[in-house]
Design a protein around this ligand. Structure first.
Ligand code: MN
Ligand code: MN
Length: 468
């Protein structure tokens, strides 16, 4: 009879903590990579900022706008910027695209936040406020009494675009949403958590000095508009054509005495933007054409002309086929059917404080590597594209051959809820798609937590996928 311990090692799928057994050098490699990641987060908190920053990084690595190319050949590095909020990058491979398809990784740059309403500015009780409309799935109470920064653009009818970013520099003012003191919150505290703070209570406090003229009304609002006019040349009507987003004014920071984690806003899904972007930037002369997508609007359903549901992606790939001189009727559809895609998005991590929301055998754990989801969806897998076992096996082979720590998991207990990503949109085009990304604690909160070990494993996985 075989030794039980040996047999167990051979037969069981034991989930290992990735940090165990790492050398000092390997640990430093992870820490260094994550310093770059935290720097990236601190420079970009909105989809526009992430697209701008990613484009700059790509240009430094020799990527050029696809419009600059008359023809494309293997090895060429290109990108396409869609309305400043959505970026596609590609490196042309040497394999036949019709036979082998594309190797695509897609992540989203938008994160839950508070947007301004079209008519946001008002004065009440001696204060000036901006009214907000939340974007994506948030727990509203988490967005009060924290420092918030204002990011965005105001576009004037003549096309002039004014960029606004206040609250990130140490010398900038910040803004906040107040909450009721506990002493007087008896009624509020009796409400359900989701109603404790209401959507219409999320009003940003932005000023309190009245304009110095006793004969006018709404003096505080007037004073603020005067400041905005002097600083940005805008008036109240210009808010109508603006996109202004309120995001936490926190910096990305290392978390823990052991420096093992990252705490930051917007890691869903800028974590997969960074890990996949840095992967494609390192690709040289791949066999299969490598594509990296940084999309918008995922948090509100992927609709719109910068979201994954739009046909701009198809147009980009058609343009590549045209410029390679190989396009013909039906080729785009054939290419999609042969393509492989990693839908790079964060995974819900097991949180011991909220253990009852998870099923421990099928949870992703911080520090155990990249989280792979065969399917997402809600309850009876509703809305899931559900990767085929054959493709999961292909992905396992990629991970195991390259010694990348991974865990295949579900989003939480079956009946509790669920979620989705952009996976199904590409799967509907005929591609093999699987969700994979970094497990996160406090997902969608103003401050999300990840393990540096997992960040690095995701990067290694994306790089291996492009090189295969
Ligand atoms: Mn996401
Ligand atoms: Mn999300």
């Amino acid at each position: 009879m075989a030794d039980g311990k040996e047999l167990k090692e051979k037969l069981f799928n034991e989930k290992k903590v990735g940090w165990e057994g790492l050398t000092e050098k390997q640990r430093n490699e992870i820490f260094n990579y994550c310093n770059g990641y935290m720097g990236f987060l601190n420079k970009g908190k909105t989809e526009r900022e992430i697209v701008k920053e990613s484009r700059e990084l790509a240009e430094k690595k020799g990527f050029k706008d696809i419009s600059k190319f008359k023809t494309l050949k293997p090895g060429d590095k290109i990108y396409y910027v869609n309305r400043d909020k959505n970026l596609y990058l590609a490196v042309i491979g040497s394999n036949n695209i019709e036979e082998n398809g594309l190797h695509i990784i897609g992540a989203h740059a938008d994160s839950p936040r508070l947007d301004l309403k079209p008519n946001p500015l008002y004065e009440e009780g001696g204060f000036a406020y901006l009214k907000t409309h939340y974007y994506g799935g948030i727990k509203k109470y988490q967005w009060t009494t924290i420092p918030l920064a204002i990011h965005g653009v105001v576009v004037k009818p003549n096309g002039e675009k004014i960029e606004i970013c206040v609250g990130e520099d140490e010398i900038d003012p910040i803004f906040t949403i107040t909450d009721l003191l506990p002493h007087l919150a008896q009624e509020q505290m009796e409400r359900k958590l989701k109603e404790g703070i209401k959507g219409e209570d999320l009003n940003l406090l932005i000023g309190s000095i009245p304009y110095n003229d006793k004969d006018v009304s709404e003096k505080v609002k007037l004073n603020i508009l005067n400041i905005l006019n002097q600083k940005y040349g805008i008036t109240e009507v210009d808010f109508l054509s603006s996109e202004i987003e309120l995001v936490p004014a926190f910096k990305a920071r290392t978390l823990g005495f052991d420096n093992s984690m990252v705490a930051a806003y917007g890691q869903d899904d800028k974590i997969c933007v960074y890990t996949s972007l840095t992967a494609i930037l390192e690709v040289e002369n791949p066999a299969n054409t490598a594509v990296c997508m940084i999309v918008d609007k995922e948090e509100i359903g992927s609709m719109g002309n910068t979201g994954m549901e739009s046909h701009v992606f198809d147009t980009f790939i058609s343009e590549i086929l045209d410029k390679m001189g190989i396009n013909k009727p039906n080729l785009l559809d054939k290419v999609f059917v042969k393509s492989k895609m990693l839908s790079a998005d964060v995974d819900a991590a097991f949180d011991p404080i909220y253990a009852s929301a998870s099923e421990t055998n099928n949870s992703a754990y911080l520090g155990r590597g990249v989280g792979v989801n065969k399917y997402t969806g809600a309850r009876g897998k509703s809305g899931a594209s559900d990767a085929n076992a054959e493709f999961v096996a292909w992905v396992r082979n990629l991970l195991e051959k390259n010694k990348i720590n991974y865990q295949i998991s579900e989003l939480g207990k079956v009946d509790l809820g669920g979620g989705g990503t952009i996976a199904y949109i590409l799967a509907n085009k005929g591609m093999d798609v699987i969700d994979c990304g970094v497990p996160v604690l406090s997902m969608h909160a103003p401050y999300e937590v990840t393990s540096k070990f997992d960040v690095y494993q995701a990067h290694k996985m994306y790089k291996a996928f492009y090189q295969k």
